[in-house]
Design a protein around this ligand. Structure first.
Ligand SMILES: CC(C)(COP(=O)(O)OP(=O)(O)OC[C@H]1O[C@@H](n2cnc3c(N)ncnc32)[C@H](O)[C@@H]1OP(=O)(O)O)[C@@H](O)C(=O)NCCC(=O)NCCS
Length: 145
């Protein structure tokens, strides 16, 4: 029942973050990095079911005004495809609209095959005629793979 879900503007706890990332099949950062990272989140949204269990989250990182990145948008597998991810994105984008200026840049790295999900919120893929490729570097993996 998605009617009983609560969308709360807050940063996920370390436990919730670990649980949802594990459910998504993603790696868990080391504990100290994780706590530091969560504390520096500029805006977060958590979705709680009727038992108070967090079944979805999303967060914004960056400088809060000019450079903003969307990250860790996850809905627990059991709850996917019911419009919850879309609601999480709406909440994140509402915050972006509130803090944005003509100079605001909102970035994200889509997981493979999830581009359509973000395109509905106005995101464009790159490279294109005007923009170079988005790039990423993993310090722990010097070969970049
Ligand atoms: C991506 C994710 C957050 C979507 O959440 P969700 O609650 O299942 O999505 P919704 O039910 O709100 O669907 C919203 C729209 O996205 C589409 N969509 C949902 N999951 C999708 C997927 N895996 N691939 C492509 N499109 C998807 C839906 O079809 C829907 O489109 P519609 O409005 O045209 O019908 C969820 O699948 C998830 O947590 N995946 C694992 C973690 C992940 O990959 N996160 C994204 C990292 S970039």
């Amino acid at each position: 029942m998605t009617n009983n879900l609560r969308y709360i503007e807050r940063i996920p706890t370390a436990a919730e973050f670990q649980e949802l990332r594990t459910n998504a099949g993603w790696g868990i950062p080391p504990e100290s990095a994780l706590k530091d990272s969560l504390a520096k989140t500029i805006f977060g949204v958590c979705v709680e079911d009727s038992d108070g269990t967090t079944i979805g989250m999303g967060r914004l990182v960056g400088d809060g005004g000019i450079q903003v990145f969307i990250t860790d948008v996850i809905v627990h597998k059991h709850w996917q495809n019911r419009g919850i991810g879309k609601q999480i994105m709406k909440s994140l984008m509402k915050h972006v609209e509130n803090v944005s200026s003509p100079a605001t840049f909102v970035g994200l790295f889509s997981a493979i095959g999830r581009e359509k999900f973000y395109k509905t919120f106005g995101f464009i893929t790159r490279p294109n005629e005007k923009l170079g490729a988005g790039m990423v570097y993993f310090p722990a993996k010097k070969d970049g793979k």
